[in-house]
Design a protein around this ligand. Structure first.
Ligand code: AMP
Length: 216
């Protein structure tokens, strides 16, 4: 199924989880600048080293770097549609995406906004474990992972993200409120914005997203 969609929402709103479920169910390719930057950092590439300090502080990486990553990705994989998890996060990024897609004579189908309460954010981020190898995300409260923090998909180590601590989270939320929230108006005006209650179980959220994808 070929769809072009962006997933927007605060840290811990479930963007990564839903992106993974969308790609499994519908075969739409997914990418996430955050995941790309973590991989680059682990590999010790110049890009990873250049951005590590910024992501560790919880600040947003400069738009130019992120837009280049997305353009490169689109050039290689964009012909089958896409799910962007965590892009765009600023108005200039949204404007760049619009002009890239216009140049490619195409357009976004959906901008899905996962709405979550501050309480949900703190609970999820406080208990989040992520596979260092494949990015699979789960909760530390899931007993089987607490006992044996190994990824069920690739046997990689499940660890806490180093930007998931409380003080960094405060900065990430601040960035979200000031720079990302204005995108609701941007996509609202384009009539492609859909707000979904992200406080619920992943399966319930996914049902709503699936309906939107199938209706397009
Ligand atoms: P995420 O994995 O989406 O939570 O992103 C982790 C970090 O990567 C963010 O806190 C930012 O530092 C950086 N990042 C990810 N996506 C973007 C983006 N679209 N614009 C700027 N920085 C980003």
């Amino acid at each position: 199924m070929k769809r072009r969609l962006v997933l927007l929402g605060a840290p811990g709103s479930g963007k990564g989880t839903q992106a993974e479920m969308i790609t499994r169910q519908f075969g739409i390719p997914v990418t996430s600048p955050g995941a790309i930057l973590r991989r680059e950092k682990d590999l010790g590439t110049p890009l990873g080293i250049e951005t590590a300090e910024i992501t560790q502080r919880g600040d947003l990486v400069p738009d130019k770097i992120i837009v280049e990553l997305i353009e490169d990705w689109l050039r290689l994989h964009g012909s089958h549609g896409f799910v962007f998890d965590g892009f765009p996060r600023t108005l200039p990024q949204a404007e760049s995406l619009l002009s890239i897609l216009t140049r490619l004579r195409t357009a976004l189908d959906l901008a899905i906004w996962l709405e979550v309460s501050e309480q949900t954010v703190h609970e999820r981020i406080g208990g989040r474990l992520q596979c260092r190898s494949c990015g699979f995300t789960t909760s530390v409260t899931s007993a089987k992972f607490a006992e044996r923090p190994i990824c069920p998909y690739c046997d990689g180590p499940l660890v806490r993200r180093n930007d998931d601590d409380e003080s960094v989270l405060r900065t990430r939320l601040q960035e979200f409120h000031t720079k990302t929230e204005p995108l609701a108006e941007f996509y609202g005006k384009m009539s492609i914005l859909h707000r979904i209650d992200g406080n619920r179980d992943r399966e319930e959220v996914f049902k709503d997203i699936s309906r939107l994808i199938e209706a397009k």
